[in-house]
Design a protein around this ligand. Structure first.
Ligand SMILES: [Mg+2]
Length: 162
């Protein structure tokens, strides 16, 4: 079965907690509503790095982010990612876990996010139900964004487990 790589935007791609943005990040002002603009920081190399990870491991890339479908219009094109499937989550009690569990189903999974600390019970339940499957919840510090270390953690997860 085709492995799955799930990507969150704020934290992993947009290091919102960094006091000074790490090298290589560029600012983008994104319109959110008529008057308001939101400044985010993106590393244009992340697109290539994630596509390479997907190609090498045969994985599908998908979004699980509160940007929802706007990830495909506002984020992906700025870092050269193609249109990806959007995992929609509306279950307020379970954060993204139920939706990602359904979409990943029995596939090996790598998931980049900065908020695994939320909903600890759901986190435990999610990991427990997938204990027979490759499940790498890769916590990304929102002060750094995805680094080479996170990417190698992902590769290792896909290569060392069934
Ligand atoms: Mg986030």
């Amino acid at each position: 079965m085709r492995p799955l790589v799930v990507i969150d935007v704020d934290g992993p791609l947009n290091p919102w907690a960094a006091k000074t943005k790490p090298a290589n990040y560029r600012p983008f002002d994104i319109k959110v509503g008529w008057w308001r603009k939101l400044r985010i920081w993106l590393d244009p190399d992340h697109g290539d790095q994630l596509r390479r990870l997907a190609e090498e491991t045969g994985a599908e890339l998908a979004w699980a982010t509160s940007w929802s479908h706007r990830a495909n219009t506002e984020i992906g094109p700025r870092i050269n990612l193609p249109q990806l499937r959007v995992i929609e989550f509306h279950d307020e009690h379970g954060w993204k876990y139920p939706a990602v569990a359904r979409y990943a189903y029995e596939r090996p999974l790598v998931w980049f996010d900065d908020d695994f600390g939320l909903h600890r019970d759901r986190n435990r339940e999610f990991v427990h139900k997938r204990q027979h499957l490759t499940t790498a919840l890769v916590h990304v510090d929102p002060a750094t964004g995805i680094t080479a270390q996170h990417l190698s953690e992902a590769r290792k997860a896909f290569s060392s487990n069934p």
